[in-house]
Design a protein around this ligand. Structure first.
Ligand code: NDP
Ligand code: 2IT
Length: 453
């Protein structure tokens, strides 16, 4: 069979849709990658013959399980837990756990698929996985969170391990949840190992992991701007989200002399035309992460700001945009607003925050646009470094880790340029294509080496 005889992109996608009915987020993620990969492998018989993309788009396995826990009123509650182990060709499965009521198998499959390419781009030996539950942490007491996390790990522990699958945090899973899950894993197995990353510093965590995703997304932005002789200093930035990724992206933009105009959450967005400095960012971190209260109260504390309920921040004119909340939070209209108002660069802190139509707007406009699998890889990269430190039973210094993060983000940027330079219609770098192809090549070549498994 020659290359010409193999299925084309649309036949391939028809198969993906048939095998994954109703899994819209997963199908969206596979399409976005496949468009670029099909182009790249057009004349490369070995990838077709070995069905590499078909195999990457079929998770190695999906574990789904019941999670029972008791709330503070004595009610028995039942949630569904998952771990999607997508691909371990280049290292143990690695990727976060998400606790959010919107979690479905489709969402975790899309995240595990994306994670496979992202982890490949970091240059570290990590495969792709993702997990979580439809558990809603909002409004739960600390004891309820602990009981849920313990129950979740009581099943998950069979499927993970420091050389098998190493989960971490994601939406709704931060240091507190990682602590409860690590404690339960250790209790059940009687082993102290690096089975999770994002751990507390007292028990094997790594410096810089907390900041790494947000900081990394800003370093990627900085690298893109430098290709145009530009910098972050003096530029205005619109950020969505107000969690781990968003607040650390805001912090780094501020440190580099940029002006942060917005943050947001699921209820609306905050606009502060004066810009958010460290004091304001610390207030947001505390309000969302410790008080777990309303973002709108910011306007009572910091004069001149406004709260815009039910809206997304893309309508605010800016030079730079960092979507750092969740998937498909920006559509065609949001992307058009940004471009129309003069935005020159977009760096995704979230996973797949811009839908396919929105991505087309950026590509057509030819602005600097970094897909999450490249620009938010700093978090999992420092997770990889946490794994290395755990294996060696050592801890690296803050300076070492900050330097590693910067270097890894620069290397990812340069790899995207290597595969994406000149590929946009206006001759600019197509960072999406660059990330998709570079992420694919390493995983694909490892799979070729293994034969048919
Ligand atoms: P957090 O739980 O810390 O914060 C999530 C933020 O996103 C909150 O502001 C939340 O608002 C908002 N949000 C969540 N769901 C929605 C929704 N459906 N609509 C609008 N806003 C929403 O999560 P992270 O900051 O860790 O994660 C944010 C994104 O970054 C996710 O896409 C995640 O996959 C990605 N990511 C995270 C990494 C990490 O290291 N943590 C690494 C790489 C990517 P509210 O409080 O109202 O719910
Ligand atoms: O989407 C992601 O890359 C993460 N949530 C971080 C995963 C990790 O293993 O650190």
């Amino acid at each position: 069979m020659s290359v010409a005889d193999h299925v084309d992109l649309e036949q391939f996608m028809a198969g993906v849709e048939k095998r994954n009915p109703g899994e819209t987020e997963f199908i969206q993620a596979v399409r976005e990658v496949s468009e670029d990969v099909f182009e790249y492998i057009a004349d490369k018989e070995q990838y077709h013959h070995h069905q590499i993309l078909r195999r990457i788009a079929e998770p190695d396995r999906i574990v789904s399980f019941r999670v029972c826990w008791e709330d503070d009123n004595g009610n028995i509650r039942v949630q569904r837990g998952y771990r999607v182990q997508n691909n371990n060709a280049i290292g143990p499965y690695k990727g976060g756990l998400r606790f959010h009521p919107s979690v479905t198998q489709s969402i975790l499959k899309f995240l595990a698929f994306e994670q496979t390419f992202k982890n490949s781009l970091t240059g570290l030996p990590m495969g792709g996985g993702k997990g979580g539950s439809n558990f809603n942490p909002k409004g739960k007491s600390d004891n309820e969170i602990m009981r849920f996390c313990q129950s979740f790990m009581t099943e998950l522990y069979r499927h993970v391990g420091e050389d098998t699958d190493v989960p971490a945090g994601d939406i709704g899973v931060g240091a507190r949840e990682i602590g409860y899950m690590f404690g339960q894993y250790k209790r059940i197995t009687n082993r102290f190992t690096g089975v999770l990353t994002g751990k507390g510093l007292e028990y094997g965590g790594s410096l810089v992991r907390t900041e790494a995703t947000g900081y990394g997304a800003v370093y990627f932005l900085q690298n893109m701007l430098e290709t145009k002789g530009e910098s972050i200093s003096g530029k205005s930035a619109v950020i969505s989200g107000s969690g781990n990724v968003a607040t650390h992206a805001a912090e780094k933009i501020h440190q580099l002399g940029g002006k942060v105009l917005t943050v947001s959450d699921s209820k609306g967005y905050l606009h502060d035309p004066a810009g958010m400095d460290q004091e304001k960012i610390d207030w947001i971190k505390r309000q969302k992460g410790v008080v777990r209260g309303s973002l709108a109260e910011y306007t009572d504390v910091f004069a001149g700001s406004s709260w815009n309920p039910g809206k997304t921040p893309w309508e605010v004119a800016c030079d730079l945009a960092l979507p750092c909340a969740t998937q498909n939070e920006m559509d065609k209209t949001g992307a058009e607003l940004l471009v129309g108002n003069g935005c020159i660069a977009v760096s995704e802190g979230a996973n797949m925050p811009v839908n396919l139509e929105g991505v087309k707007v950026f590509k057509t406009a030819g602005i600097l646009y970094a897909p999450g699998k490249a620009s938010n890889a700093g978090g999992v990269a420092v997770s990889g470094l946490e794994m290395s430190q755990n294996s060696g039973r050592i801890s690296w210094s803050e300076d070492q880790l900050q330097e590693h993060l910067k270097t890894i983000m620069k290397d990812i940027h340069d790899t995207c340029v290597e595969y994406g330079a000149g590929r946009l219609p206006n001759g600019e770098c197509d960072y999406v294509k660059g990330a998709n192809i570079a992420g694919f090549v390493k995983v694909a070549n490892a799979m070729l080496a293994f034969g048919v498994v």
